[in-house]
Design a protein around this ligand. Structure first.
Ligand code: BES
Ligand code: MN
Ligand code: ZN
Length: 487
């Protein structure tokens, strides 16, 4: 999708020539200052009962009288919020994309001036979302939709804000698309090796320093916990480190750590067969870190960012870890593996120890970590944990601003009780209760040397059912969070 800003006043929309003029209407009454010809069409449609100013309603008119555009698409937001504006545009583009229009000109009318930048950002996301189609292993997928150009109609006074929002949105959209593509590719395509190659390529195109470590190097580092998960699989592991340097080396970096289980069978603690295919999405954390890295590298903020990904498969085999096995993590802490399906924490703990070397300003890990988080928060908000209130507030605010929300869960020490082991310093699982929290408590033991945040994205990184696929979340949240660290 190709995006641009086009100068236009909201009372002059009739003069805009485009295949389709999309007018997103805020609120539950026709906004003041709306172009008279557009208002006339809307009023007529409302009178006939074909259109109402209610969230989700859209109406397409062909060659409407008094307008230059070939089509007029009215989209009601119902309210005046950013989220409502986004949803209305998504509904309109959903209609348009399978028709004949190549270019759309979009106007948001009746929204507060403070929302100009965020609306422009969201327009880029919606445009990219409407036209993304997975085809890597599906040659029969329909041809790309005709809709390929989106002009954001912007009053002169708002140009600067709209430009900034559009640039951020385009970068985030590219990051989301990359994350979705990585996560949607099946386990036999999106292997740890493949993830390493994706980051190498990103490094070349965006001038990043990239290191991809293999098993030998990981052994040298003493990552006994990560290695133990990988040992059941014939697919070689990768430990990926990429550095974006936008500030002097003396400035402490933001570090993102992603869970990159390219397939989670559960290992010897095998998962049930139904829906097991969805565990190809168990590298959603890694995918979102890669997507965020791309977005940040494109926007070039003044900060340092390190992206770290632990990638391997979790498979049963004669060499796989068994319930009861005890392994020694890079931190020196021993871990009793009571359930081989709690493998995400076993690879992340070593990554969390590894990143101490960067003397980070803050570390945020991202993982499709627990089914318990899906039960708690569903697919709306990611689970969020933070070592301090300020960090929690920053992550929350980033999620709200990006419309990629999260919700803080607690880290009381009482939740750690169940992780006690008679045979090791810590067990890798506690009981069923509070499963997302006990997983976070496990990770916290390895993240004591810096400010630390943790996102459990098991419910938000992908969708099941008919629309099965990766969402690209939480690239939006993470990009906003990282950009907030620029000086
Ligand atoms: N990758 C899964 C978590 C998951 C479950 C993500 C459902 C998305 C949807 C993780 O490795 C896992 O298997 N966790 C176990 C932990 C349990 C054994 C303590 C779980 O949640 O069942
Ligand atoms: Mn698992
Ligand atoms: Zn997993």
């Amino acid at each position: 999708m190709d995006f641009k800003i086009q100068a236009a006043e909201m009372d002059g929309l009739a003069a805009v020539s485009a295949d389709a003029l999309v007018v997103v209407l805020a609120g539950d009454a026709l906004p003041k200052g709306l172009d008279a010809a557009v208002a006339k069409q809307a009023q007529a449609a409302m009178k006939l009962g074909d259109f109402a100013l209610k969230a989700g309603q859209t109406l397409t008119l062909l060659q409407p009288e008094g307008l230059k555009a070939q089509r007029l698409v009215l989209a009601a937001a119902g309210r005046t919020t950013l989220a409502a504006g986004k949803a209305a545009l998504a509904a309109a583009l959903g209609q348009l994309k399978s028709r004949g229009a190549v270019s759309a000109a979009v106007a948001f009318v009746g929204f507060a001036a403070e929302l100009v930048e965020s609306l422009a950002e969201q327009a880029a996301l919606v445009g990219a979302e409407a036209t993304y189609l997975y085809r890597h292993t599906k040659p029969s997928a329909p041809a790309a939709p005709k809709l390929a150009k989106l002009a954001l109609l912007t009053p002169k006074a708002d140009t600067k804000a709209a430009r900034a929002g559009l640039a951020r949105g385009e970068a985030i959209a590219a990051g989301i698309t990359l994350a979705r593509e990585c996560a949607n590719r099946p386990g036999n395509h999106a292997t740890p090796t493949y993830l390493g190659e994706v980051v190498q390529t990103l490094g070349k195109t965006h001038g990043l320093k990239v290191e991809v470590l293999d098993k030998k190097a990981v052994e040298k580092l003493g990552m006994g916990s990560f290695l133990s998960v990988a040992q059941g699989s014939d697919e070689p592991l990768r430990f990926i480190v990429a550095r974006y340097e936008g500030a002097p080396k003396t400035q402490a970096p933001v570090v993102l750590v992603g869970k990159g289980i390219t397939f989670d069978s559960g290992g010897i603690s095998l998962k049930p067969g139904a829906g097991m295919d969805e565990m190809k999405f168990d590298m959603g954390g890694a995918a979102s870190v890669i997507g965020t890295l791309r977005a940040v590298a494109e926007l070039k903020p003044k900060l340092n960012l390190v992206a770290v990904i632990a990638a391997c498969e979790n498979m049963p085999s004669g060499r796989a870890i068994k319930p009861g096995d005890v392994v020694t993590s890079m931190s020196g802490q021993t871990i009793e593996i009571l359930n081989t399906d709690a493998e995400g924490r076993l690879i992340l703990c070593d990554a969390l120890t590894y990143v101490e070397r960067f003397k980070p300003a803050v570390v945020v890990d991202v993982a499709t970590l627990t089914g318990a988080c899906v039960i708690a928060l569903g697919g709306v908000r990611s689970g969020m944990y933070a070592s301090d209130d300020e960090l929690a507030a920053e992550l929350s605010a980033a999620g709200e601003a990006a419309l990629d929300p999260c919700w803080r869960l607690p880290l009381d020490d009482e939740y750690e009780e169940g992780l006690k082991s008679n045979f090791a310093d810590v067990a890798n699982v506690a009981g069923r209760e509070g499963g997302s929290i006990t997983a976070a408590k496990f990770l916290q033991r390895f993240a004591g040397k810096y400010r630390w945040g943790h996102l459990d994205i098991a419910g938000t990184a992908w969708k099941g059912g008919g629309a099965k696929g990766s969402t690209g979340r939480p690239v939006g949240l993470l990009t906003h969070f990282v950009l907030g660290k620029a000086r």
